[in-house]
Design a protein around this ligand. Structure first.
Ligand code: PLP
Length: 382
């Protein structure tokens, strides 16, 4: 099987597995207990926090370990809604992941203003609210990289603008981390990631909070995580997340240019072999691993199952809603019709994906296409 769905989740990396097993064996004690073995676990938790803070370029006491991006997004938006000035608006990127969009709608209701996007789905920095509007703003929310299209937002520029305007900036970095260097993400007041997107365990992640948010609390019931999140810490998972992230940061990012070339080569040849194929946000800066395609024919759920039978695991886009996917809200925001969205498939590679994997996928798409076309035609006739 060739796995092309790494934006949905990734297998546990060798580095993470090794650290996870070693920590479960030797440091399974409760870091809050008072004997020496517990102190050893506590030291390792503190060290993991220091290491993550150094990677993000922030302070260790601004890191909260969480269960992942969904928990982090919900907690941040709830806190902002509770603490923002009455009536203030949330400026929100329309292509956010549903964990951000749904929480924003729940907590801010009709106090949402949509950020303007360019034709590839990037937030237009020059159309961000002006400083005069700042007093009526609760926060700006924009992800670092989109999970469906791979499109990269100018998050550094957005962060700098928000610093100048003294408006909180919330940045979902779930798809950025492990694929591109994480340095500077600490510029965002609130940023979060999820270990299973970069070779760490599922159900583990982190949230970086602003220094001033002393009263921020995700859940009550203990003083863990500097009183920001009660509950016994999952040390093995946290350490495994750090191992996976450090591996990506130190050993893999140097391979980006080559991986990008393989993806571009694949896309060029696909457009020749299957005329009518569209590459979403083709000209934009995108994550090196992601290719979101509108194929010339065939329903995307059928493509996914035919490709699965042929040995390739791909997605229709919004992986978190698998099994009950409507047309992608990201494609709708980019102006694609529901009919085009039904022909969309997302390919997302990993550092281990080879050029031969891309070649084999291309060959299989070309081989299956006539059959998909024939089926589309017969569906239209019905
Ligand atoms: N944000 C983005 C951009 C994602 O791609 C995902 C998962 O697909 C999430 C948030 C949710 O992450 P988690 O599974 O950690 O809750």
């Amino acid at each position: 099987m060739a796995y092309f769905d790494h934006n949905a989740t990734t297998p546990l990396s060798a580095a993470a597995r090794e650290v996870w097993l070693a920590t479960e064996a030797a440091h399974w004690h409760n870091p809050s207990s008072l004997y020496r073995d517990a102190a050893k676990a506590r030291i390792r938790l503190d060290t993991a926090r220091d290491r993550l803070a150094a990677i993000l370029e922030t302070r260790p006491d601004q890191i909260v370990f969480t269960s992942g991006a969904t928990e982090s997004a919900n907690a941040v938006l709830r806190y902002l809604a509770m603490t923002a000035k009455a009536g203030s608006q949330l400026w929100l990127n329309p292509t956010e992941h549903p964990c951000v969009l749904d929480a924003a709608k729940l907590f801010f209701g009709d106090r949402i203003q949509w950020l303007e996007l360019d034709r590839d789905g990037r937030v237009k920095v020059d159309r961000l609210p002006t400083p005069t509007a700042a007093s009526s703003m609760a926060a700006v929310v924009a992800m670092a990289a989109n999970n469906e299209t791979g499109v990269i937002n100018p998050w550094r520029k957005i962060a700098e603008r928000c610093v100048k305007m003294r408006i909180p900036f919330v940045c979902d970095a779930a798809q950025w981390l492990g694929k591109l260097p994480a340095g500077g993400l600490g510029l965002a007041d609130w940023t979060f990631g999820s270990a299973h997107k970069f070779g760490g365990p599922k159900g583990t992640g982190f949230l970086k909070i602003p220094a001033a948010a002393k009263d921020f609390s995700i859940q009550l019931g203990g003083a863990q995580e500097n009183a920001h999140r009660g509950g016994t810490e999952n040390l093995s998972a946290v350490r495994a997340m750090l191992a996976a992230l450090e591996h990506a940061e130190h050993h893999q990012v140097m391979l980006e240019a080559q991986r990008l070339k393989w993806r571009e080569h694949f896309e060029r040849r696909l457009c020749i072999q299957l005329p009518g194929t569209k590459i979403v946000a083709e000209r934009a800066d995108r994550l090196w691993n992601t290719s979101f395609l509108i194929l010339p024919s065939g329903d995307n759920t059928r493509w996914v199952s035919r490709l699965d039978q042929a040995g390739f695991q791909v997605s229709t886009g919004s992986a978190c809603a698998t099994g009950k996917e409507g047309p992608s809200h990201v494609l709708a925001a980019l102006g694609y019709s529901p009919e085009e969205a039904r022909r969309a498939i997302r390919l997302s590679a990993s550092w281990e994906t080879t050029e031969a994997d891309w070649d084999a996928l291309l060959e299989t798409l070309a081989r299956l296409a006539p059959d998909m076309e024939a089926t589309s035609a017969s569906v239209v006739r019905l």
